[in-house]
Design a protein around this ligand. Structure first.
Ligand SMILES: NC(=O)c1ccc[n+]([C@@H]2O[C@H](COP(=O)([O-])OP(=O)(O)OC[C@H]3O[C@@H](n4cnc5c(N)ncnc54)[C@H](OP(=O)(O)O)[C@@H]3O)[C@@H](O)[C@H]2O)c1
Length: 267
């Protein structure tokens, strides 16, 4: 496993196994230039983060070829998905995205019209693949029943302290890849003593243990970091492996914790 390793999506296309998050990046152009120089193979953004124009600048400054970085963006639940997809790609300064997600299910229904808009965007080459974010298994079932189209990804909050075995099994059965957002719990749980003791045993930081735990279980972490030292630490996770026993111990830290609210949105 390394930064060039890929997951194969059920459409046959491939997606990197780690990416950089960009929510609340103050200077996205600088942060993206730095992340790309460190070898991050994927960028996660959204129309509502306000970071897309900065990401476009960072991409340009980096000199990295478009084909060498995988770009994920999202459309909002109250938008026209097709128009929003076009606008996002324009803001990113690219011809097409690799993956566009419905950011969250709308209050009414499960986003059938949004999904149609994204299917049209894909047909017109605005994105290669389409997926969802913050969906429960029941909501994905309904979306598939309405459209016959299985999302390639469900991007959800996912950390050792908040994850779901039911969701993991469901996604594995359907060939859906879980992208882990807020994988570092917005650093609220990185000082957990049990995590700390595992980190010490490997000579790694708690953040690196959490990211490696994702990699070992084939979930795709999207850590956000503006500080170059954090960016470096978070990508230096390919020179060690967790033992099965330690993966089990980390799994057991689960208490359905959410760094964003009271509970995980998809449970
Ligand atoms: N689909 C959705 O609804 C959704 C929701 C939330 C997030 N996301 C995506 O997921 C990405 C990541 O989630 P997030 O931004 O909520 O939280 P996160 O990645 O869990 O945590 C980011 C925070 O951790 C700090 N950090 C980074 N590396 C660290 C390290 N090695 N040691 C200690 N602290 C470290 C960062 O500091 P510095 O920035 O100061 O370096 C930042 O304050 C987002 O940026 C976004 O792209 C998607």
């Amino acid at each position: 496993m390394n930064t060039h390793s890929m997951n194969t999506l059920h459409t046959g296309r491939v997606m990197p196994i780690i990416g950089i998050g960009t929510w609340k990046l103050d200077e996205p152009e600088k942060a993206i230039e730095s992340a790309l120089s460190l070898g991050y193979p994927m960028i996660d953004t959204s129309g509502d983060y306000g970071t897309q124009p900065g990401i476009a600048q960072g991409l340009e400054r980096s000199g990295i070829l478009r084909g060498e970085v995988y770009i994920v963006t999202k459309v909002e639940e109250d938008e026209d998905a097709y128009q929003s997809a076009k606008r996002n790609v324009g803001e990113l300064g690219i011809d097409s995205a690799d993956l566009i997600l419905i950011h969250r299910p709308p209050e009414e229904g499960v986003g059938e019209r949004l999904w149609e808009g994204l299917m049209r965007a894909r047909q017109e080459g605005i994105t290669a693949d389409i997926g969802v974010s913050n969906y429960s298994t029941g909501q994905i079932d309904k979306l598939i029943a309405a459209s016959g189209e299985v999302p390639v990804v469900n991007q959800i909050e996912w950390s050792p302290f908040g994850h779901s075995e039911d969701m993991r099994t469901y996604c594995a059965d359907k060939g859906i890849i879980i992208q882990a957002y807020s994988p570092l719990t917005r650093h609220t749980m990185l000082d957990d003593a049990r995590l700390g003791s595992i980190a010490r045993a490997y000579g790694k930081s708690p953040a690196q243990i959490v990211l490696r735990w994702n990699l070992e279980r084939a979930t795709v972490p999207l850590p956000k970091a503006s500080k170059p030292e954090h960016q470096r630490e978070n990508i230096e996770v390919f020179d060690f492996e967790l033992s099965e026993r330690d993966v089990e111990t980390i799994n057991a830290l689960n208490k359905h914790y959410s760094a964003l609210g009271d509970r995980l949105q998809y449970i």
